[in-house]
Design a protein around this ligand. Structure first.
Ligand code: NDP
Length: 307
């Protein structure tokens, strides 16, 4: 089956592009991967969305965009793209469960996935005491002591979310300074349940009878190892772009972000565009994702009209 436009990725950027392209009559296909959209499903309350005085619920926003795109005529298929051929048009994609798909224009909006620490005990306890998503796992740490690892905006958001569930939250940061925005830091510092432990490098997850018992850290100032008790550990140390399937097909930077021409969503391959976090090393904000989704749709529409 050949499409005029295909969007890989069903997050804010992808659905924004879909709404624009569907309205322009390009009948886009949106390919939604098997795992949930990282940014918005882990950001429950978006309190800074301009124009929404009482904020807006992240998953609800995404769901509304999904429905809106479908109402305008976008088609959504679920499955992971595992192979691409971008050497000539129509571009060819292979998708689990759907086989080969061809398209004249392509938008990459696959976002990012949470990074892991890579320390002993982490991978085997994922979903069994270790999590990268508080809204997905908070229920299991009701009235328990938990640790959030990281000092960026993601870590602050995890801590805020967990206050409704856990009895105590310790934010463990490897350096002396938090990296999170001042606004979020101030919000978290007001929460009585949240404590901060700075200059602690995580070294090992301590297994428990059921799940985990805590975290071993190195105190960066004294060099001593310390044992921190916890029944849940939330790793929030940043994310990496979902571009494995594009390696050797599209220019990526050394961290795997798609390279676009400054001020546009154009990649090195005419007809292939990228938007959202997958091409944004610097800002990675909800509003930027939405804005770049709109740009990708306009760039792609213009390209289609000229071929
Ligand atoms: P960041 O890269 O901003 O922060 C990562 C944090 O994890 C840092 O504190 C870093 O420590 C720590 N870290 C990294 N690697 C390790 C490691 N191996 N062991 C221990 N600690 C580690 O990532 P975020 O996901 O927090 O944010 C990414 C982007 O997304 C930012 O631009 C942020 O503004 C944005 N964002 C915005 C939100 C919002 O506006 N509400 C919500 C979530 C994210 P160190 O500082 O020592 O390097």
């Amino acid at each position: 089956m050949e499409y005029k436009s295909v969007i890989i990725g069903a997050g804010l950027a992808g659905f924004t592009a879909a709404v624009y392209l569907a309205r322009a009559g390009l009948q886009p296909l949106v390919i939604k991967g098997q795992s949930p959209s990282y940014h918005l499903t882990t950001t429950t309350e978006v309190e800074y969305f301009p124009g929404f005085l009482r904020g807006i619920d992240g998953p609800e926003l995404l769901d509304n965009m999904f429905r809106q795109a479908e109402e305008f005529g976008a088609q959504v298929k679920i499955g992971d793209v595992y192979k691409v051929d971008l050497s000539s048009r129509p571009f060819r994609l292979w998708m689990e469960g759907w086989g080969e798909i061809q398209t004249q224009t392509l938008i990459i909006a696959t976002g990012t996935t949470a990074k892991l620490l890579g320390i002993p005990g982490e991978r085997e306890h994922l979903g069994l005491g270790v999590s990268t998503c508080a809204p997905c796992s908070a229920f299991f740490v009701r009235d328990k002591k938990v640790i959030v690892i990281g000092g960026g905006d993601s870590a602050m958001e995890e801590a805020i979310y967990l206050t409704n569930y856990a009895s105590e939250i310790v934010v463990v940061n490897r350096s002396a300074q938090l990296r999170a925005s001042l606004a979020l830091q101030q919000r978290v510092r007001k929460l009585k349940k949240v404590k901060f432990l700075m200059n602690r490098m995580p070294v090992e997850i301590i297994p428990g009878d059921k799940g985990i018992a805590g975290l071993m850290v190195t105190n960066q100032e004294t060099g001593q190892e310390e044992r921190l008790e916890a029944e849940g550990i939330f790793v929030a140390i940043g994310s990496k772009p979902n571009t494995g399937f594009l390696v050797n097909h599209l220019p990526l930077d050394e961290q795997g972000y798609v390279l676009v021409k400054p001020g546009t969503t154009e990649t090195d391959i005419p007809g292939v565009f990228a938007c959202g976090d997958v091409q944004d090393r610097r800002y990675r904000q909800i509003l930027n994702a939405i804005g770049s989704g709109c740009m990708a749709a306009l760039d792609s529409q213009r390209f289609y009209q000229e071929i």
